[in-house]
Design a protein around this ligand. Structure first.
Ligand code: TYM
Length: 329
């Protein structure tokens, strides 16, 4: 079976964009691919963070992924720092990636802008991400639209490595869904929905209770017109709501436009709120059960780390041999 690999930062609180852009695909991929998913705790260290809460946030993020439908029997779910091959490959790829291409990464420019001191880790973030993908012989990487540039870098680095050292690494393809790949902030529909948004009101979280979800969605910013039409350029807020509804209901946007013809923005918001609450209910139920059973999460992660290590160690053996490192006897 072809392999998919993807990763997610341990924020401990996933939002609707994470689910619709990425995790939703991962759940489906478990039945069609050798599916490998990783909570990227080492990436979380590239920006200032609280050491006292990282482990907890990592476990909570893993529990949320299980609640969203990942099954440790049908996929590999693990924590990045538990598989040291990721960091070892990062060093080797650091010697293949160029300073110039990392300097051009928009995420680095956005995150480093205006900061007094920026870590080398933040600069090197995309190389660690390339190593994540490449040390699992990954064929496809299901992600949201914001990861496109990082994936392009991972492909470039793999191709350059193969050119320099001989065919060793699998060159991965991005898998970005046609709809839901860029869920926008409800309060500012011209910006991507994100945990670090200015206003938490614009970001529905997977564990928000129904009344909070309703409040956030009902206060979504829309335009001054009245027509419910998908037109992201001129009607960003309405289009975002239609896109969310389309994914959670599994209904194409033109059908939604037809069924909502003549309705007002208030009706659209209520419909979206009800649909999102229904979509998240089973996730919230499963999470509540897991929250009382952290040992189950730790067990799943231990199993995942063992499975992930055996693949990644094999890739690293190939890489060491291709790059001419002396074998340890
Ligand atoms: P992260 O943790 O920011 O996001 C996890 C996944 O959620 C997607 N996503 C969105 N999709 C649609 N709309 C949104 N508003 C939205 N916000 C987030 C992201 O595209 C992503 O797929 N660098 C990665 C983590 C990573 C990784 C990897 C991914 C590390 N190594 C290897 C793939 C392969 C990140 O920060 O994702």
């Amino acid at each position: 079976m072809p392999r998919v690999f993807s990763g997610i930062q341990p924020t401990g609180e996933l939002h609707l964009g994470n689910l619709l852009g990425a995790i939703r695909q991962w759940v489906v991929d478990q039945d069609t691919h050798d599916a490998v998913f990783c909570v990227v705790d080492l990436h979380a260290m590239t920006a200032p963070y609280d050491p006292a809460s990282l482990a907890d946030a990592t476990r909570r993020t893993a529990a949320l992924l299980l609640a969203a439908g990942l099954d440790p029997q049908r996929c590999t779910l693990f924590v990045q720092s538990h598989v040291p091959a990721h960091t070892e490959l990062t060093w080797i790829l650091n010697c293949v990636a160029s300073f110039g291409e990392l300097r051009r990464m928009t995420q680095f420019k956005d995150k480093s802008g205006g900061q007094e001191s920026v870590s080398v880790g933040l600069f090197d973030y995309p190389v660690l991400m390339a190593a994540d993908i490449l040390c699992h012989d990954t064929d496809r990487v299901p992600v949201g639209d914001d990861q496109r540039q990082h994936l392009e870098l991972a492909r470039d680095v793999a191709q350059r490595f193969n050119h320099r050292f001989g065919e060793t690494l699998v060159v991965p393809e991005p898998a970005i869904p046609p709809i839901g790949a860029r869920v926008m902030d409800l309060q500012d529909p011209t910006s991507k929905m994100s945990k670090s948004a200015d206003s938490p009101q614009g970001t529905p979280l997977l564990l928000d209770p129904p009344d909070v979800l309703t409040k956030k969605i009902r206060s979504a910013v829309t335009d001054s017109g009245r027509e419910i039409r998908y037109d992201p350029e001129n009607k960003a807020g309405v289009s975002n709501l239609l896109e969310i509804l389309s994914v959670v209901r599994g209904t194409p946007i033109p059908d939604l436009e037809a069924s909502l013809a003549g309705a007002g923005y208030g009706d659209l918001k209520s419909t979206v709120a009800d649909a999102v609450i229904e979509y998240l209910a089973p996730v919230q139920e499963r999470y509540a059960a897991l929250e009382d059973d952290p040992a189950r999460v730790d067990e799943a992660l231990a199993l995942g780390a063992a499975k992930a290590s055996s693949v990644a160690d094999g890739v690293l053996r190939r890489v060491r041999s291709a790059t001419g490192l002396l074998t340890r006897q």
